[in-house]
Design a protein around this ligand. Structure first.
Ligand SMILES: [Zn+2]
Length: 451
């Protein structure tokens, strides 16, 4: 199980400059490695008019189809020819076409470059390898999303604005030292970074990831350690959680977590001030920094708030049911599913909503790892009509919900709309688990009580 610890770091004036140099160097490496892969992909794609290649592909497709039928498996056709050029599987290509470099090819190549390059040999090898790993991750994500039927953008070249993190591949635990009041990060070729000790690091554990982000005047260090799972005492309490595009999260036992609304107005104002500035001016840079700071503080605040909520939920419940919303779909449907435009849609600016959506993604992520950590079950259910269904009699009618109130026209149930939704979410999850009677706790512990 992995646990990530985030610290603010600091270094000397020369140290910050050195970090920027390393960032520049590693960005060039990223872009060069990306260029290599792009070129290789391009060399391997053939024009649609190449009938030989097309013929080879069709034959191969037919072979696969027969083989799959014989084996009783499902047949997946090779990728189509919808666009002008297409990547072909190895079998369709002439043998002299070089293959696309993998992460390991690129790492090997980098090792050779590093030998003759004083800039890179002055740096820990993990810095350059971290760059290549990051590129590989970008490609993996890209292909995963293509496979899932999405339309992701091809991995992009990085500009200085989009490159602020140094990632150290396979960091050694000895890179982190404890000097009493501070933790120190000591990596070959990087400046010494100090982190005020706000919490203890498990220094005896394996350090699996180390990143240093230099953005604006901030230095943010993320340290991921391999730690053991710490199961919480078992409980048979179960809860459904409703987090819509509203300002609170609600549990099926009636616990409400009010959330401080994001300071969208203040951010918009800063954004306007920035837009009013002449591009390239010193003032513009200053205002851009102010805006970035405001965004950062907002993210930190939302994260802390979410941590507080998710920790409490995982501590109290053995099973937590959530809606299986993906954030992208949520953005698209936000306007359509809001029954009361007056209270939900128009009252919230787009910015406000997008911040809340981010915090929902964060909440889900935190619940997932905390549940895994504590040995709890987290179940994502179909979100269709959870807010329109009556949690007592099951009637579905969109008019039953009005703003924060749910009033069932068939059985007369009247309750908080979010609570009603949370109960439906729990019921759906319990309908799908084995032996749901495990979770028949009539009296779940209340907030503040020990689990
Ligand atoms: Zn009803």
């Amino acid at each position: 199980m992995h646990a990530t610890y985030q610290f603010r770091g600091s270094t000397t004036k020369a140290g910050y400059e050195r970090l920027d140099d390393v960032l520049r160097l590693s960005r060039f490496l990223y872009n060069a490695a990306l260029q290599d892969r792009r070129d290789a992909f391009r060399r391997r794609s053939v024009p649609r008019e190449d009938w030989d290649a097309r013929q080879r592909r069709l034959e191969l497709d037919a072979e696969r189809k027969t083989a799959a039928a014989d084996a009783g498996e499902e047949w997946t056709p090779l990728r189509g020819w919808a666009r002008g050029r297409r990547d072909l599987p190895d079998e369709c290509l002439p043998p002299d076409v070089p293959s696309v470099p993998t992460r390991f090819d690129q790492m090997k190549q980098f090792t050779n470059i590093r030998k003759d390059d004083p800039d890179w040999s002055a740096l820990s090898v993990g810095v350059g390898r971290g760059v290549l790993r990051r590129l590989d991750r970008a490609f993996q994500n890209f292909f995963r999303r293509v496979k899932a039927g999405e339309k992701p953008g091809y991995p992009r070249f990085k500009s200085a604005q989009r490159w602020s993190t140094i990632e150290i591949n396979e960091p050694r635990p000895s890179m982190i030292r404890d000097n009493g009041r501070h933790y120190l990060i000591r990596v070959k070729g990087l400046p010494l970074i100090r982190m005020r000790k706000r919490r203890e690091l498990p220094l005896d554990r394996k350090l699996v990831n180390l990143t240093i982000t230099h953005r604006g005047r901030r230095l943010i260090c993320n340290l991921t350690y391999e730690v053991e799972q710490e199961p919480l005492p078992p409980t048979n309490a179960a809860a459904g959680l409703d987090v819509g595009v509203t300002d609170r999260a609600m549990l099926s036992d009636g616990t409400a977590f009010p959330r401080r609304p994001p300071r969208a107005k203040a951010i918009e104002k800063k954004q306007k001030r920035l837009s009013a500035c002449r591009s390239g001016s010193r003032e513009r840079r200053r205002r851009a920094r102010i805006l970035a700071n405001a965004h950062y503080r907002e993210r930190v605040r939302a994260r802390n708030e979410t941590h507080r909520i998710t920790t409490e939920i995982v501590r109290r419940f053995g099973l937590v049911a959530i809606e299986n919303l993906n954030v992208g779909a949520m953005t698209a449907s936000a306007a359509g599913t809001m029954e009361e435009p007056g209270t939900n849609v128009s009252a919230k600016s787009g910015l406000n909503r997008s911040i809340l959506e981010q915090s929902w993604g964060m909440m889900r992520q935190q619940l997932a790892y905390k549940a895994a950590w504590a040995g709890r079950e987290l179940i994502a259910v179909d979100p269709a009509h959870t807010s329109q269904t009556c949690s007592r009699c099951g009637a579905v009618d969109r008019t039953y919900r009005s703003g924060k109130e749910y009033r069932c026209g068939s059985c007369g149930l009247a309750m908080d709309a979010d609570l009603n939704a949370a109960r439906n979410i729990l019921a759906r999850a319990l309908a799908g688990v084995e032996n749901p009677e495990r979770f028949a706790d009539p009296d779940p512990p209340q907030p503040g009580e020990a689990a």
